[in-house]
Design a protein around this ligand. Structure first.
Ligand code: AMP
Ligand code: ZN
Length: 112
């Protein structure tokens, strides 16, 4: 299920552009518009929910399948030396888009 006002749902529906690097039935992966590392991708399940605690059956399946694909996607996009995955959950963690997404950060030596 997608949400009519959500920015990532709009990207999934093709209503707003994104620099897509991967897509399948479960997820889409595109470049972050404000990169925080040399490589900064967002992996987004094609089901609208904000928090892991809100993932239904469909969402959980999509996340699991998406995570399986991430190593190959990272490798093909400049992260052969390693990468970091981040999932911000809630306002205090800095989550600004309330559609669950995994940040893929790499392409350089990352500080903590
Ligand atoms: P978070 O703070 O974890 O919710 O991450 C949201 C991320 O989405 C931020 O890193 C933003 O730069 C990124 N973002 C917001 N709008 C877009 C967009 N239209 N296309 C690509 N990335 C976006
Ligand atoms: Zn959404």
């Amino acid at each position: 299920m997608l949400d009519k006002d959500c920015i990532f749902c709009k990207i999934i529906r093709g209503e707003i552009p994104a620099e897509k690097v991967y897509e399948d039935d479960d997820a889409i992966v595109f470049k972050d518009i404000e990169p925080k590392a040399a490589v900064h991708l967002l992996a987004v399940p094609k089901t609208h929910f904000a928090l892991l605690s809100e993932a239904g059956k469909e969402g959980k399946t999509a996340i699991a399948r998406m995570l399986e694909k991430i190593p190959d996607i990272a490798l093909q996009n400049g992260c052969s030396e390693g990468y970091r995955l981040v999932i911000n959950q809630g306002e205090a963690a800095g989550q600004t888009v309330r559609h669950l997404h995994v940040h893929i950060l790499g392409g350089e030596k990352l500080g903590w």
